[in-house]
Write a protein that binds this ligand. Sequence first.
Ligand code: GLN
Length: 485
Amino acid sequence: MDPATLTLSAMAQQLHAGSLQPTTLVDACLARVAARDERLHCMTQVFADEARVRARALEADTPGGPLWGIPWVAKDILATRLGRTTCGSRMLEHFRSPYDATVVQRLEEAGAILLGKSNMDEFGMGSSTENSAFGDSRNPWDPERVPGGSSGGSAAAVAADYCGFALGTDTGGSIRQPAAFCGVVGLKPTYGRVSRYGQVAFASSLDQIGPITKCVEDAALVLQAVAGHDPRDSTSLREAVPQWGTELESVPAAPAAVRVGVPRNFVQHGVEAAVRADFAHVLDTLRAAGASIVDVEIPHARYAIAAYYIIATAEASSNLARYDGVRYTRREDASDLGELYARTRTLGFGREVKRRILLGTFVLSSGYYDAYYLRAQKVRTLLRGDFDAAFAKCDILAMPTSPTPPFRLGERTQDPLQMYLSDVFTVPANLAGLPAASIPTAVVDGLPLGVQIYAPALEESRLLHAAAWLQGLLGFERLTHRGRA
Ligand code: GLN
């Protein structure tokens, strides 16, 4: 069996047993990249030589923890000293970070092997990876379709067995939606659970880094390795990091009386038939396994997309002001400072990024600030209250991850509003700071679908247990290996 197709947990088992060597595993993963990436274009860079050197160095030592010797892929928004950190943008095409992001450093210390960096929508803005300055990524299940976004390269790389796991970032769904589109697991932790130091900022009050993996147990292992307080990120939480990996070894076969909340009104509109049917099947499966399905209301969820696209663009317009042609790498010739700014930004940013900067500048401008930005912040507070009330009646919430199956390349690029609607079920978690995960449910017409679970803040344990349980009930692991072959 090709070791690249194993889950992270299975790779780790074999590495520790000595039946698999890090160098063999790295070579197997690189062979997958070589065979598939010309077509799929998930990667912006591959560090083949460096990965082999590191695998050899590890091999000379004794195996460490569960990530020891595991090849992984970083979304190209995470600062790495190795290679460039492009954010999918011409603006940073040649940018070399002088330091590693905290997550990169922690994975390095855990013995994981950085294989390369994955393609993404420019600065994380998009839901299809069609907004990358370096070309579109494709879905391994059907290369005519998008892998989702903005961490589309990361999700596709995991689905195509380039690596044991990938990291993505999620500002409004960018881990969960591509995970659903590619038939893999994606988890966005509680805001502040994982250090954002070295993650290039898109919308700082929403951004979180999280794992994209082939199964729930793998997500627990990666999250455990990267989570925890970091003095270099003032928003990172001081809460202790549970042993999620070990906890999942004892997932109860049927957790006693789980109450699964379903925001019915919210999930009724604009959901395609295949997704609706699949979601109904998931609820039936849960019910049959002993869970009780509870109707809950999230009344302000209907404003979530609007609030998100105000807050995220406002914060982006401020964060991206630093790309002025003076600092970082891109600088166009100009005769004065105004022209330098204008020319650098005109040539350095793509269309969607420009659109967001314009929107964000508008909603923050005097006269409009109260009408848009302030109101969006109020929606955010109301939404948090909705979730608090809902979690008084249930343990977890369930809803589809995306209202549609993976769509075709080009299908939505001309209609930004249509693209923004992909995020309807994912952005509420970011606005409220809650942990949420997408897990694969089924393959319908050759395309994977996903279901999403939300848990209260800091309840990643509950989220992972529920996800592992549901994964077992749905038996998706067998399907992925058939479909992705
Ligand atoms: N699709 C959303 C957007 O375009 C979310 C992106 C993200 O989570 N980085 O903003």
